[in-house]
Ligand binder design. Sequence first.
Ligand code: TYM
Length: 377
Amino acid sequence: MILNPWEVDVKSEEDYERLVEIFGVRKIDEFILLEIQKITGELHVLLRRKFFYAHRDFDIAIKYYLNGKKFFLYTGRAPSKGKMHIGHLVPFIFTRWLQEKFDVNVYIQIPDEEKYWAKKADNYYEIREKAYEDARAIAALGFDPDKTFIFINSEYIKQLYSIAIHVAREINLNTAKKVFGFSDEATIGLPFYIALQIAPTFFERTIPVIPCGIDQDPYFRVQRDIAEKFGYYKASTILSKFVWGLNGPYTKMSSSDPNSAIFITDDKETVKRKIFKAFSGGRPTLEEHRKYGGIPDIDVSYYWLSILFEEDDRKLSEIREKYITGKLTTGELKEYTFNKIWDFLSRLQDNIKKINLDKYMYDGRLAREMWEFKFIK
Ligand code: TYM
């Protein structure tokens, strides 16, 4: 298994269990779900189905909240040369829900240097353009424009740097190498970038809660060793698995492979074609399918329903049952999944056209405050 913020290759549920051990995080269990539900009234499908499956100190953030003190939310997206796909949206869908339920500020970092420094892109100016596109797609998920600040690193660098100066001093190269596994070929940008991704955890003097894929946890492990020295709070993370690509279980949904991913900009026909070509758990012939039934646990369409797009638990188990017994064909399952995904994506595409990004980046209440931000250590 390979896992660092620039390379991800997790192949099984056992690998996810091992990551919990290796990273020293905790599983999201029924106890913490109950605590969350007491406040939120309902549980987001991504939590209920344990796609967000592990955390660090989220129980502490909840206790803190119950004592009348707010935490803040922080997450991010590093644009790359490929397009943004629906997998990239998952942490933002969940963050938006947390914002609504806990009524807290959200900070969204768009580092336009990270993938360039990681040599995942060759043309910086292209990436910089993509940063605004990605920001629009994220904002269009429905974040509160007065409580959300989206910033692009190269634009907001003056304020970020005022924090990074202090963070960078506390992290030595040895730690950076141990935590991130840099090789001698890594650019010198990447070790410094650690300070830039940690910096926003010090935007407020309260607990930063960070929903993200588990690949991002190493940054915040490093943050936890220095936060208290600064008189700030250790980061809490809520960690997700990675979505499967269209090519099958535990394959990557990859920006660089159009057949593996549903892109945010894909039109109706493309989405339909991709879903109909996606790996399935159906049998080779209809006759066999009726006789032996399908296998939902390896079926990409069923997978997408189960993690996000079928919120109704009863409906999902009905689909599962019908698929296993061969009453539901692969074509019918795909049609159902397509309708669910297209319903979500077409609404998002409409919102993207209408969104006023300036509110999130410059003019909304939080954005205006953040352009005046002064770091006090
Ligand atoms: P990036 O752009 O690689 O990914 C953005 C977020 O999406 C998660 N993610 C996925 N989640 C589910 N399935 C997938 N296939 C998948 N691919 C990516 C990532 O874990 C991440 O949460 N360094 C960051 C950008 C960043 C950031 C942050 C992330 C800056 N500040 C603070 C989290 C918190 C990056 O390269 O993300």
